[in-house]
Design a protein around this ligand. Structure first.
Ligand SMILES: CC(C)(COP(=O)(O)OP(=O)(O)OC[C@H]1O[C@@H](n2cnc3c(N)ncnc32)[C@H](O)[C@@H]1OP(=O)(O)O)[C@@H](O)C(=O)NCCC(=O)NCCS
Length: 131
């Protein structure tokens, strides 16, 4: 990261409604790039998802710039493999913040044996991780 670059502040999501709503809004702005579900998530679906995920397998972050939530990141552990996903609000893309998100997510993965980033064929974002 360059010295004068905007620094993201990660906050781990604890499940407060306000956090889930922020997560929902950012994720919906990224939805066309998602590999599994591209539909718009409604507030009740977001809450249902949070209530039903196995908390020990998921770690979710919101990322802030000057107290403004601009991105999210998620780690899902499945059979010892950490799956990463994340995204930024459109206005904050292309400024090096995506690289910060994925580097941060990677540093949060413990006992790393494998990390997978699932992307659409048209999004070769794996380069973000080439740090
Ligand atoms: C993907 C995303 C997080 C990247 O964040 P970003 O802030 O725009 O990316 P950065 O500015 O940090 O770019 C880092 C590197 O990735 C490259 N990059 C960024 N987006 C890219 C894309 N869609 N395809 C190919 N390369 C891309 C940049 O050119 C840069 O490479 P460089 O250092 O060689 O020049 C952001 O564009 C986004 O939220 N997109 C919608 C959601 C999404 O696609 N999420 C990924 C699915 S897991």
């Amino acid at each position: 990261m360059q010295e004068n670059q905007t620094k993201l502040q990660p906050i781990k999501v604890q499940g407060r409604l306000e956090e889930l709503e922020t997560l929902r809004l950012i994720r919906n702005e990224c939805r066309f790039f998602m590999t599994r579900h591209t539909s718009e998530i409604q507030p009740e679906e977001q809450k249902w998802w949070w209530d039903h995920i196995k908390k020990e397998d998921y770690t979710v972050f919101l990322y802030y710039v000057d107290k403004v939530p601009v991105g999210y990141g998620l780690i899902r552990v499945e059979n010892g493999v950490s799956w990463l996903t994340g995204g930024l609000r459109e206005a904050y893309r292309g400024k090096g913040l995506g690289r910060q998100i994925f580097i941060h997510l990677i540093t949060q993965c413990s006992n790393i044996t494998e990390i997978w980033l699932q992307v659409r064929a048209s999004v070769s974002i794996i380069r973000v991780c080439a740090c």
